[in-house]
Design a protein. Sequence first.
Length: 95
Amino acid sequence: MRVIPSCMAGGALTGALSMLFGAKLMAPHGGLFVLLIPNAISPVLMYLVAIAAGTAVTGFTYAFLKSKAEAKYLVSLRPDWKIVAKKVLKPIIKF
């Protein structure tokens, strides 16, 4: 359960920012390929900012959830690694 929540958070931010910026996509089926069509996206720069922000949130959320899950898995394999995990991952995980 790491990918779906991460994609939901990133997609929600992208959608909210594109609505806030008033981005209008004349060909909603094309995604980034519509950038090649002149005047297909009204504020092109803000559209790209929304996509970049959503992508960053998705990536950071996934990385955070993955490191947390991996640390719990390692500790479950070898309980003596809990001491190492506490020192290395203390800001991320509460044991």
